[in-house]
Design a protein around this ligand. Structure first.
Ligand SMILES: [Fe+2]
Length: 469
């Protein structure tokens, strides 16, 4: 990826990720070798040198946290690193550690003492004071957090009812903006930005729960729901790419407003069931340029957001529309939004098409990567959604039905499912079942089939609203 595509700030995150890589190398060396071994000394020196260099561009601690099976660097979710450095994550979890904060005053003996305590199987007990644990072992320059401590402090991640309220508010704002465009008025850019910011916060708190909302579809209000879904999918992928906040907001604004040009296309053409005439096609193909014109007329829209409206059908190989001269690839944000746009459109029933299951849609993204979609981004998108994205309606191998509640990163074939019905019909008290858990695995329970909610007659919105007991 080219650095000129990003606003400032990304570079420092790249350096922190490089530091995390060194920390992982140090950890691995420490788990294998004693504190005076040359391999350990080398890994330790490399980490400390990188840490000192980093102090030039920022100050304070290097903070690595664990929530569930995922690493966070400060509050940035690291999906790739959560997989790559899974053994470090497991070591820390086993030792009862939910977060490690290393300060610039740390020395090789402090790091060696921490790693050797974990190597020897010592555990920070839930009742124990982390500072006392460190003091007893004469470890300075390091702070430990307990599992769940950070999440609890942040507090609001699991509140699905609040999330669905925010989603509906976002749909309402989008409806308002569409009317403003129809009437040729200025759009409320400030309101759009607030929608982007608040969904971004929710995604940082609990990406899986927010992604689950994208299974909400509407026949009557397709454009609004679709825009919010594209926003959520794009921002989620943006956070995986560790883009910084200004970049994410620019990406989000582009994603939310990418299709405003469609408002200029007559509804009969958009909803036509039969084949389109060449004239009708050319009207449809004009919507990216019209959308970019609408955004250019608004004050305070980032040029990269305008580029998204212009390029969201351009394709990775520039074989889409409109034809843009002198550019080898669409901008990064446009490549993200095109994928989110197509995924959400494919998984929604439209007058001219039956919805595909999430699984089928993800296969198509992979199949068309390198042509329509960015070959680096498509596998990341698939990994982000999991085989069974949250909100997928499934039939289990024992005949019960459920809605996928959380995508499992480590074992995507075995998600957590909210069981909603059995052979006697809907359950009065749906319950969560972890297909990766011991009980389910012993019984050989797995997903037997993915179902489309409308064909199965299930109102997913009702189930997503419901708090799990
Ligand atoms: Fe479009």
């Amino acid at each position: 990826m080219r650095s000129d595509e990003y606003p400032e700030g990304l570079e420092s995150l790249e350096r922190e990720l490089a530091l995390l890589k060194r920390f992982y190398a140090l950890w691995k060396a420490g788990m294998l070798y004693p504190g005076d071994h040359p391999m350990w000394r080398h890994a330790c020196r490399q980490f400390l040198e990188a840490f000192t260099r980093l102090q030039g561009s920022r100050s304070g601690e290097f903070v690595l946290r664990i929530v569930g099976d995922e690493f966070y660097l400060e509050d940035t979710l690291l999906v790739r690193e959560s997989i790559l450095y899974y053994s470090l994550l497991q070591d820390l979890k086993k030792a009862g550690i939910g977060g490690v904060a290393v300060s610039p005053s740390v020395g090789p003996t402090d790091l060696a003492a921490l790693v050797s305590a974990v190597r020897e199987g010592e555990v920070l007990r839930a009742s124990e004071d982390p500072d006392a644990f460190l003091r007893e072992r004469n470890i300075h320059g390091i702070r430990l957090e307990k599992p769940g401590e950070w999440k609890e402090e942040r507090g609001r991640g699991g509140d699905r009812t609040r999330l669905t309220e925010e989603y509906r508010n976002a749909v309402a704002v989008m409806g308002e903006i569409s009317r403003q465009v129809e009437e040729g008025r200025r759009i409320r850019v400030d309101k759009a930005r607030r929608v982007v910011s608040s969904l971004l916060e929710r995604i940082k708190e609990n990406r899986t729960a927010v992604l689950g909302l994208t299974s909400l579809k509407s026949h009557d209000d397709y454009t609004c729901y679709h825009s919010i879904n594209v926003l959520i999918l794009s921002l989620s992928l943006g956070t995986l790419l560790s883009l910084d906040r200004p970049a994410l907001v620019a990406l989000g604004m582009g994603a939310l407003l990418h299709d405003l040009g469609k408002i200029t296309v007559p509804r009969e053409i958009l909803q036509k069931k039969g084949p389109l005439t060449e004239g009708e096609w050319s009207i449809i193909r004009s919507h990216p340029v019209k959308g970019a014109d609408i955004l250019l007329a608004q004050p305070g829209i980032h040029p990269l957001s305008v580029a998204v409206a212009m390029e969201h059908h351009a394709h990775y190989d520039m074989g889409g529309y409109p034809k843009i001269r002198g550019k080898e690839r669409p901008s990064l944000f446009s490549r993200i939004v095109e994928m989110a746009d197509v995924y959400d459109a494919m998984t929604t029933t439209r007058p001219y098409q039956r919805a595909r299951t999430p699984e089928q849609a993800l296969r198509i993204l992979l199949k068309d990567s390198g042509f329509v979609f960015d070959p680096a981004l498509a596998p990341m998108f698939v990994a982000m959604m999991g085989i069974y994205p949250a909100g997928t309606l499934v039939r289990l191998s024992d005949g019960r039905w459920g809605v996928v509640s959380e995508g499992a990163v480590v074992e995507p074939r075995y998600p957590v499912v909210k069981v909603i019905a059995d052979e006697n019909g809907p359950l009065t008290r749906p319950f969560l079942l972890d297909l990766g858990g011991d009980v389910a695995r012993e019984r050989g329970l797995e997903v037997a089939e993915v179902l489309l909610p409308e064909e199965a007659g299930v109102d997913l919105e009702g189930f997503l609203d419901q708090e799990a007991p």
